[in-house]
Design a protein around this ligand. Structure first.
Ligand code: ADP
Ligand code: TRP
Length: 326
């Protein structure tokens, strides 16, 4: 079984990335051949600062490895070191109906957030993004793709493209399956919307203690007083996050206290901060060690790229042969 996922270097990685994609990917490392990459081509659709891209790419490498990605058990590399992705994306784009891309929620949401400027500033890369993503996946004959729910539609697009190519040019690609965990399908952000780098509502996995504490204390709550019972405690953002980072009994008892009344939101958020800080304690130490050893990280990515590229070149050659480009 081939497992593949990518993460964009477009900002500090956060709890949504961790529980939605990174942890499932880390846990799948031993269940087959795992291919994990830093989607730096994808980040170009939203980020135009070269120095920042470089820095975020390094941060993704450090974060992912600190959290448990083990380069001995998977192939880990930067997307731009396997340029076959862009060539395959062209082949795939010629069998991709425009309507399929026009219906993508992720594209439509980004367009909507841009408001009146959208027509002038939306770039073709953002529109064509799912085709590049399909190339990423199909290039490695991936069977399973661990992602958060926001990527489900992109996986459907990938499947549609693979099936269409196979019909037009003969059996060429493996049709992949998404792997989405219900309990972490959408991790909420500080404002209750999906936590996302592009919405500025994240709790990063790593960073300065004071700043992170302030962010957690800033989670939006309603105006009910401390004494009031909160029968809807399960919908509380801090409770939902607490369930992810605290031992189950602690999450349950905190929820019960909120339900009963007499337990304030300030204390709830303090509890969340402590649990979160403990949850990532070992990873924080590991990250500091990795950050002090940049040559090691570079070697991992370089060797990963070499291994990935050998596979990518084979699949691309197969696809080119299928459509008479050999
Ligand atoms: P972002 O939305 O912050 O830019 P990415 O698009 O780079 O994050 O997502 C990387 C991975 O993390 C994807 O598999 C995505 O589904 C997952 N992910 C991102 N945000 C969340 C979230 N809030 N809940 C669950 N999974 C998420
Ligand atoms: N589009 C994904 C995201 O924004 C990142 C990504 C790029 C990806 N290529 C991929 C995820 C291939 C899984 C497989 O989250």
């Amino acid at each position: 079984m081939r497992i593949l996922t990518g993460i964009q270097p477009s900002g500090a990685l956060h709890l949504g990335n961790y529980f939605g994609a990174m942890l499932p990917a880390i846990q799948l490392q031993d269940e087959g051949e795992a291919y994990y990459f830093i989607a730096n081509y994808h980040s170009m659709t939203s980020l135009t600062d070269a120095a920042l891209r470089r820095q975020y790419s390094r941060d993704v490498a450090l974060d992912f490895m600190a959290c448990g990605l083990d380069p001995k058990r998977c192939i880990f590399w930067k997307q731009s070191d396997t340029p076959e992705h862009t060539e395959l994306a062209w082949l795939l784009s010629t069998v991709t109906p425009m309507g399929l891309l026009e219906r993508c929620h992720s594209y439509k949401d980004k367009l909507a957030r841009m408001g009146d400027d959208a027509a002038g500033s939306v770039n073709h890369g953002l529109f064509a993004y799912p085709v590049l993503m399909a190339a990423d996946i199909l290039l490695y004959d991936s069977n399973v793709v661990p992602v958060g729910r926001d990527q489900k539609q992109h996986l459907e697009v990938t499947r549609d493209i693979a099936i269409k190519f196979n019909i037009l040019y003969g059996e060429t690609f493996v049709v992949p399956e998404p792997r989405i965990r219900d309990e972490v399908a959408v991790v909420p952000g500080l404002d209750g919307e999906k936590m996302s780098k592009s919405y500025g509502n994240t709790i990063p996995i790593f960073g300065d203690e004071k700043i992170l504490k302030k962010r957690i204390m800033g989670i939006a709550m309603d105006s009910r007083g401390m004494e009031e019972p909160k029968p809807d405690a399960d919908k509380n953002i801090a409770i939902q996050l607490l369930r992810l980072v605290a031992p189950p009994e602690l999450a349950r008892s905190t929820e019960d206290r909120l339900r009963a009344g007499g337990f304030g939101y300030g204390d709830l958020k303090k509890q969340l901060f402590e649990s979160y800080w403990n949850y990532f304690a070992a990873a924080r130490t590991r990250r500091a060690e990795l950050a002090a050893n940049p040559d090691y990280v570079d070697t991992v990515l370089r060797e990963g790229a070499e291994r990935a590229r050998a596979v990518a070149q084979k699949t691309l050659a197969r696809a080119k042969r299928a459509c008479g480009l050999d």
